[in-house]
Unconditional design. Sequence first.
Length: 127
Amino acid sequence: MTKFAALLAAVAVALAACGGGSTTSADSAQPADPAAVRCYELVEGSSRAVIKVEAAPSANDAEGGQVTVYSYLDGVEEFAPETTAGRLEPDAFVYADGTRLSLTDASLTWPQDSLLEGAVFTASACP
């Protein structure tokens, strides 16, 4: 596992531990709107990380959302994807601990004072 991938894995685990928790489609009150699914990637050398952001409304939260982090090394998946719940807003995904990822059609940006501070992922195809 590359240093970059290890950092992404640590971020995914830490955010899940902060109260987001892993989710499955069984937690959804209705299927996610395909138009609400967006993917972003960051490539560093032979490592590629993809973050999939999607709506996941539940009975308790109509603005529910989730992110799934994928990591690849030389095109091979490095670790199992990690899915974490949160809230989806028009221009942001907000984790349960308040960490706010800024979203546009072209990019996803990690906030200041986070492990991936300032990292910009660009729009990509979803895995």
